[in-house]
Design a protein around this ligand. Structure first.
Ligand code: SF4
Length: 355
């Protein structure tokens, strides 16, 4: 038995798989049952043809005798839900994961494809907790007490969507897979055992609402934040930069002193274009710099290099634009995200550790 995980670790970003195994006590499984612990990113990849393009897919995962896919039930700000099909993206190399976030916005199509090549023999969805407004830790964990298992990956994702209060046909990558294989998403086609779905269903919010003019989250409207624009993330943004969105928003909020900022725009991903109206245009991440560095409508360009950029470089860029974030506020906000579960019934941290 091999447990495989592929956590992305960048420069001052993310946590490596080995560290995760160590902290959660997975080595006990090795000592007790001889389980092999694998970091997918340290193992070979195979170039797999997806019909018109090639992705690097984990060789051990492709060659497994019996592949069990074990996703957690999460909502996802770009893909709506992250269940079995989406979880398999973790079997790609980092380069191929990034490839899926393209300017033609075909992320949903890619998410529907991995299952066809990896062909999990069993999918077990862990919905003990569901993550609202995921996929990052800024979302809210909701105790759901649900586990879903099936040899049919589509059945698990369709039931997972229903548990989260969504119609599976409203989730583009699930619908895309079903359509391509001429499969119905009608839940009545499957035979259920165990607790009735209705008893476990907990509608989860997945989207973040933005101002009408797409210049920032709705919360900024209530706070009266003006003179700054950060358009809503799109599907070209990959995990590295996507995880920076919330910190950037919180930093701006911490810097707000009740007066408008100096007409600043912050652009991300690969497809955004400058408004031509800002005094300073912050191009966040190497992709955005590459896309717009020669745009003549930009009055002052501020480059935040990196893939993804570091928090220090973002803070530096903000300071250059006259935004002075209160980093103590930001750190307290981060801590509060973890502390909000402390002492709450059903949120025992010890549940995650192997003993
Ligand atoms: S710069 Fe950001 S969006 Fe571009 S590949 Fe790197 S992490 Fe992804």
């Amino acid at each position: 038995i091999t447990i495989a995980e592929g956590s992305a670790l960048g420069k001052r970003f993310g946590v490596g798989t080995e560290r995760i195994y160590e902290v959660l006590g997975y080595h006990i499984l090795t000592a007790r049952y001889g389980v092999t612990l694998m970091d997918i990113l340290q193992e070979p990849f195979e170039n797999v043809d997806f019909g018109g393009f090639t992705l690097q897919v984990s060789k051990p995962a492709l060659e497994a005798d019996f592949l069990i896919n074990m996703p957690a039930l999460k909502t996802h700000n770009q893909g709506i839900l992250s269940l079995g099909m989406k979880n398999l993206k973790g079997c790609l190399s980092i380069k191929s994961r990034k490839y899926c976030h393209r300017p033609d916005h075909s992320l949903d199509h890619y998410l529907s494809l991995f299952v066809e090549k990896l062909k999990p023999a069993l999918t077990v969805l862990d919905g003990i907790y569901g993550l609202e407004k995921g996929p990052f830790y800024m979302g809210k964990a909701v105790r759901m007490n649900a586990l879903v298992a099936s040899k049919d990956p589509l059945a698990v994702d369709a039931v997972g969507a229903a548990l989260a209060g969504l119609d599976p046909s409203d989730v583009p990558h699930i619908k895309g897979y079903a359509d391509r294989h001429s499969r119905s998403l009608d839940l009545d086609q499957w035979h259920f055992r165990g607790t009735p779905l209705e008893a476990l269903r907990r509608p989860l919010k997945w989207d973040n609402r933005w101002r009408e003019d797409n210049t920032g989250p709705r919360a900024w409207e209530r706070m009266g934040i003006q003179g700054i624009s950060i358009p809503k993330y799109d599907k070209t943004l990959c995990t590295g930069c996507s995880g920076l969105y919330s910190p950037v928003l919180v930093m701006v909020m911490s810097a707000h002193q009740g007066v408008p900022f100096n007409e600043i725009e912050i652009l991300t991903g690969k497809a955004m274009t400058p408004s031509g109206k800002a005094r300073s245009t912050v191009l966040l991440g190497n992709c955005m710099i590459k896309a717009n560095r020669k745009d003549t409508s930009i009055r002052e360009a501020v480059f935040v290099k990196g893939c993804p950029p570091t928090m220090d470089s973002i803070q530096e860029a903000m300071e250059r634009c006259g935004i002075h974030p209160n980093m103590d506020f930001y750190k307290k906000h981060r801590s509060s995200l973890m502390e909000r579960y402390e002492g709450k019934e059903g949120f025992d941290e010890g549940f995650f550790y192997i003993k």
